[in-house]
Design a protein around this ligand. Sequence first.
Ligand code: PEP
Length: 265
Amino acid sequence: MTAARHRRRPLVSGNWKMHHDHLQSIRTIQDLGLRLTAADVGPLDVSVHPPFTDLRSVQTVLEDRAIPVALGAQHCYSEDEGPFTGEVAPPMLARLGVSYVIVGHSERRQFFAMTDEQVAATLRAVLRHGMTPIVCVGETEEEREMGETEARLTAQATAALKGLPEEQTAALVLAYEPIWAIGTGATATGEDAESACAHIRGVVAELAGADAAQAVRIQYGGSVRPENTAELMGQRDVDGLLVGGASLDAAVLAAIIREAGPAGR
Ligand code: PEP
């Protein structure tokens, strides 16, 4: 384990992807609310990212029961309104009380052809509406085998963040999500995660200065489970976790949150 991270409050986010209808989401968030104590969430921030159709229901439960979990979305479009059938605009999410929006998840890039340009435009739209983007970057298995991980991370982070003012860069969240680890059961080792997150922080320093790099939170995502949480969160440059499959079950997500708090100090 490396030295304690500097000033950054960890963020654990549950990405429910295209799982849970609104009734299942209500049950899951109620269950999570019953499991989490104030001590569990004292050392970190938590967000859940249900499908769009569930946001209003989950928001109501969070507010009604004062559950200390922030509402998140999985994606949005870069325009505020217009003829974009099927898309959801950032101000619509802001009105619903959404705090965090995942931008450029590899599944959006891979299955819906989201480009680096769209990622850059969307994260700026999210910021314009007072929400925090969680900007995902990560290499494929092939890129990793070819030794191109760092080049890929540099290219994606640069395309997303270039020209963004220092304060806005400092306030956003980046997620290192190696594509070969997402939903596969294969997890990066603590060492791999640290090396990639430290590299991303270096790219942020180049783009926005040392202060922004020190402040920006960088999550790791890819087959996180309660058993590997402590190792990942023990790394100096890993400031939280983006959890997919394991976050669908409130008991498992609560276990990850409980492990992450003390390990992330
Ligand atoms: C994700 O959805 O971003 C993710 C990391 O999924 P999983 O935890 O299932 O690998």
